[in-house]
Design a protein around this ligand. Structure first.
Ligand SMILES: [Zn+2]
Length: 231
């Protein structure tokens, strides 16, 4: 997402400058087992392609198994079940290396996006909305499989786009771990002509471990992988 995200997030809630104990509180049915395998048994397409050209399939939102979880700053999110289980593992692995990532923006419904477009059109006009706000149905955040993170460095939350891009050393340590937990970096540097988005070191997409490792091995974008896979 563009960081109009900044503005959108400011509307929702700002990250608080509070350090930090992990307090993930999944809200789940009592029978749910937190087995964080690549089970992917929920019946959704974990390789769904949503970008500026490809709309979210109409029946997708009704099927996606969302869970509710909080980040360490107490903000609540909805996120696809397997995506969250793997995110928790990724976060823990990074904490062991002294790196703290937190959920910053995850699932956003098509309906919510429509409201945002309406609100922002009234406030800022159509030109602004066309430039900065995703068209409802065309944001990967509708899938529940996309995770925007913020960083916590020395107790300070870093969630501004430019400040995050400046954290090159930290992201250089985060990105190589993503595939082990089933995530890819969705908008890599220099690939905006393919992905439609400029570099977003914070936007991770869950695809499952096998596919994530294959995409990593080939060094391709998700778009290129999907085209090649369909042959
Ligand atoms: Zn994003």
């Amino acid at each position: 997402m563009l960081k109009s995200k900044k503005i959108l997030m400011a509307m929702v809630t700002a990250c608080m400058l509070t350090p930090i104990m992990p307090t993930y509180l999944p809200v789940l049915g009592t029978n749910h087992v937190w087995a964080a395998e690549d089970g992917q048994a929920s019946g959704i397409d974990y390789l769904v392609l949503v970008n500026k050209m490809h709309k979210l399939p109409a029946d997708y939102e009704a099927k996606v198994p969302l869970v509710t979880a909080k980040n360490s700053m107490g903000r609540e999110f909805q996120v696809e079940r397997d995506t969250y289980a793997h995110f928790v593992q990724l976060r823990e692995a990074l904490l062991k290396q002294g790196i703290q990532i937190e959920m910053d923006s995850i699932y956003r419904s098509v309906a919510r996006q429509q409201e945002i477009v309406k609100e922002f059109t009234e406030k800022y006009g159509e030109d602004y909305v066309k430039k900065y706000v995703a068209v409802p149905g065309y944001s990967e955040h509708h899938t529940g499989l996309a995770v925007d993170i913020c960083l916590v460095v020395d107790g300070k939350v870093i969630d501004d786009n430019d400040e995050m891009i400046a954290q090159k050393d930290i992201f250089a340590r985060i990105h190589p771990l993503l595939a082990d937990y089933g995530f890819i970096l969705r908008y890599p540097q220099g690939q905006e002509n393919i992905t439609g988005y400029s570099y977003e070191p914070w936007h991770f997409r869950y695809v499952g471990k096998d596919v994530a490792k294959e995409i990593c091995r080939r060094g391709v974008t998700f778009e290129e992988y999907i085209v090649a896979r369909k042959g």
